[in-house]
Design a protein. Structure first.
Lengths: 105, 123
């Protein structure tokens, strides 16, 4: 299995930039996607193919990277963005990172 | 609008069985691969398996962690996806989601998820 490593939590202030990283144990090329999960809800696709915005997702969300190192950015952070963010690869059998919980400072 | 609605969750004793359903609407069901994913309390999602579309013969693949115990099937006349779970264990306790796969620029993406069904395995 491809293991995806994320930092567990990130504290940011409203209006600031939040950057979340995801490292894959082997290359996934550009088959990396990012999901937002709010408490009690299902995951929602935000970014696919490392850097493409899913339909209806605000442009303050963005992603970059390829191979093994990926970054997800929210700029600026709004109150509604408080959630856990997961990276997920589809290069091989799908796996998810452990999630990064975005918290307010 | 794409909609996926899971049902059939509940409390089951260890060693028991349960079948989850996922009713799909808003898209041509037979054109799409479908998956089940579960999420134990406080943990990350785990992909359980996939059932392919009509063009690919509705074949299945499973995560080794559940292969042999869980079976994914689909009723393409009623647009329903199923997950049959047998020999359930406490560690199968989770929220179970169905999801649709689509292809974006040659990349496979789970672009729509249901709201989830809760399964608790306990005596």
């Amino acid at each position: 299995d491809i293991v995806l490593t994320q930092s567990p939590a990130l504290a940011v202030s409203l209006g600031q930039r939040a950057t979340i990283s995801c490292r894959a144990s082997e290359s996934v090329r550009s088959s990396m996607h990012w999901y937002q999960q709010k408490s009690g809800q299902q995951p929602k696709l935000l970014i696919y193919g490392a850097s493409n915005l899913a339909s209806g997702v605000p442009a303050r969300f963005s992603g970059s990277g390829s191979g093994t190192d990926f970054t997800f950015t929210i700029d600026p952070v709004e109150a509604d963005d408080i959630a856990t963010y997961y990276c997920q690869q589809s290069r091989n059998d799908p796996t998810f990172g452990a999630g990064t919980k975005l918290e307010l400072k | 609008e794409v909609k996926l609605l899971e049902s059939g969750g509940g409390l089951v004793q260890p060693g028991g069985s349960l079948r989850l359903s996922c009713a799909a609407s808003g898209f041509t069901f037979t054109d799409f691969y479908m998956s089940w994913i579960r999420q134990p309390p406080g943990k990350a999602p785990e992909w359980l398996g996939v059932i392919r579309n009509k063009a690919n013969g509705y074949t299945t693949e499973y995560n080794p962690s559940v292969k042999g115990r869980f079976t994914i099937s689909r009723d393409n006349t009623q647009n329903i996806l199923y997950l049959q779970m047998n020999t359930l264990r406490a560690e199968d306790t989770a929220i179970y989601y169905c999801a649709r796969w689509d292809v974006y620029y040659g990349l496979w993406v789970m672009d729509a998820w249901g709201q989830g069904a809760s399964v608790t395995v306990s005596s």
